[in-house]
Design a protein around this ligand. Sequence first.
Ligand code: CAA
Ligand code: NAP
Length: 257
Amino acid sequence: MKLLFNKNPKEICMKRVALVTGGIGGIGTAICKKLADAGHTVVTCDINAERADSWVADMKAQGYDFKVYICDVTNFDQCAEMAAKITAEVGPVDILVNNAGITRDAVFKKLSKVDWDLVLGTNLDSVYNITKQFCEGMTERGWGRVINMSSVNGQKGQFGQTNYSAAKAGMHGFTKALAQEVAKKGVTVNTISPGYIGTEMVMAIKEEVRNQIISTIPVGRLGTPEEIAELVAYLASNSGSFITGSNIAINGGLHMF
Ligand code: CAA
Ligand code: NAP
């Protein structure tokens, strides 16, 4: 494996292959850039081919060369097909960031079965569908990182989000169980629980409700995608090798435990 220097010349890092699901979204884009800045080869997958093309062009203009694989993470067969392509075209994936996610908020009384299934499928089933493709390769090679993007609302629950809170809470159980299975093989599995971050997902909340939420965040503002990406890059690095089975909260003090 090739040795190279990242932006901090004192720190030598290995060049790895990273897959970020939902990588063309707000947080995903920041993660892709941060991992690329750390010297890794980064690929992403997304469901929307049209948006992917314009994102790739935009990234190219900023000096990043990312490949997007079109894949619906709720579909196991598509995930398997994508994994085979990435492995053949780019190489085995060492760093997996399960980041794709959606919300379909409604009070439980109004929550449809369709929106329950869609949110559980995209935020939780996807973690099985994607991790299943890469985890064994990581353990065989003796190094790997699985980083699952949960949410503060999976920790504390949120009015109007029985579906999302259940899916994001489910990620913690998955993380802690898998972390125990693969720890001796050099693979870490962790969950990050961001609070409210300034992306389309949060901007879609009614302004009045959003402002009310912001007023309850002790630091007094939304987080930035870059703040989440910094944490992902740390967990993905060799320095993060003793952190496994953890959930790291990054929420401006919204939920302390
Ligand atoms: N706690 C207690 N009561 C609440 C409440 C809360 N947090 N929010 C709303 N209510 C009450 C309202 O005051 C209202 O009461 P009345 O009927 O007595 O007037 C009642 O519930 C209905 O509220 P709405 O008018 O808002 O109902 P709605 O059906 O139009 O909308 C909703 C419901 C879609 C859930 C809306 O309240 C909402 O968008 N809430 C925000 C949910 C949220 O935080 N989503 C996060 C999305 S981003 C994300 O998820 C990223 C992440 O990981 C952090
Ligand atoms: P975002 O901008 O909406 O990005 C999510 C990305 O996932 C989008 O590019 C979306 O594609 C993609 N995606 C959705 N369904 C998919 C599917 N079935 N298959 C493949 N890709 C799919 O949201 P974000 O704010 O960056 O959120 C990223 C992650 O962080 C999510 O898991 C979210 O739950 C979590 N999170 C966000 C916040 C926050 O405040 N923003 C807080 C805590 C946790 P399309 O847009 O093309 O559908």
